[in-house]
Design a protein around this ligand. Structure first.
Ligand SMILES: Cc1cc2nc3c(=O)[nH]c(=O)nc-3n(C[C@H](O)[C@H](O)[C@H](O)COP(=O)(O)O)c2cc1C
Length: 236
């Protein structure tokens, strides 16, 4: 149990650190040849290249691609719901999530209520979810109603649950510092329609992911192997 916890925490920290700090990275790869060089325009640093690989530099790096499309819902001071899209997000621990956030109406709301919900954009809600990432509740206070979405107050935290998203995490703010939000998941609820034998079925949820290379959303595909299983062909 402890090992898993450590693994998840290390993976999440690594992902966030990569997103935030890759711009400063430099390779120590011994396969790098000194006569293959390119200049990264953002830092003016000369980068080495590996044979048969193209350097993009830190500015165009995809970081942890593909990225999840999580939808953060909060109440504002008038109890009007707000929802924003966040793709720089991940699992931080068994019961914690982490999101890298700039200043938004959402972050003002988080400071007021100390709570939020996280849902997952799916193939049926692409336009609405993208709209929640395009437009601020500061400019369009009724942005949730404008796309025809409805909410139910969470019975567990001071935040709205968006009815049209079938899978939702109810979260309390653990910390929000230097643009990094850490939330404790106090409950997860799912609509019956995405369950098979009582478990979350991604084939029914049909979540989308953010593809930063194409600047587009992609659907999640088929199962291609068993986790902690497919690799066993090399252990036998
Ligand atoms: C694909 C996509 C991903 C985004 N990811 C993030 C993110 O991870 N962090 C962030 O601060 N803003 C992100 N945004 C921007 C916010 O969703 C956007 O500024 C939104 O309008 C904020 O809404 P609010 O002001 O109502 O809170 C993303 C937008 C899009 C379209």
């Amino acid at each position: 149990m402890k090992l898993f916890k450590l693994f998840y925490r290390a993976a999440a920290v690594a992902a966030v650190v990569a997103v935030l700090a890759l711009a400063g990275c430099k390779t120590n790869n011994p396969n790098v040849t000194n006569n293959q060089k390119s200049t990264d325009m953002s830092t003016q640093q000369t980068l080495n290249e590996v044979a048969d690989r193209k350097n993009f530099g830190p500015q165009h790096a995809l970081m942890t691609t593909p990225q999840p499309c999580v939808m953060i819902a909060t109440w504002d001071k008038d109890h009007t719901p707000d929802v924003m899209m966040a793709a720089w997000a991940g699992q931080y621990d068994y019961n914690q999530i982490v999101v890298s956030l700039s200043k938004h109406k959402t972050t003002d709301n988080l400071e007021l209520t100390g709570a939020f919900t996280v849902s997952f954009a799916d193939i049926h809600t692409v336009a609405e979810s993208d709209y929640f990432g395009l437009v601020s509740g500061n400019d369009v206070p009724d942005k949730v109603a404008r796309v025809g979405f409805t909410v139910t107050p969470s019975p567990n935290v001071d935040a709205p649950i968006v009815n049209e998203y079938p899978l939702t995490l109810e979260c309390k703010v653990v910390s929000f510092a230097d643009g990094i939000l850490v939330g404790e998941v106090v409950n997860m609820s799912a609509a019956e329609r995405i369950l098979t034998d009582g478990k979350i079925d991604l084939a029914k949820l049909q979540p989308i992911v953010f593809d930063a290379a194409a600047m587009a959303y992609r659907s999640v595909g088929d199962i291609v192997g068993k986790a902690w299983g497919a690799g066993k062909v090399f252990t036998e």
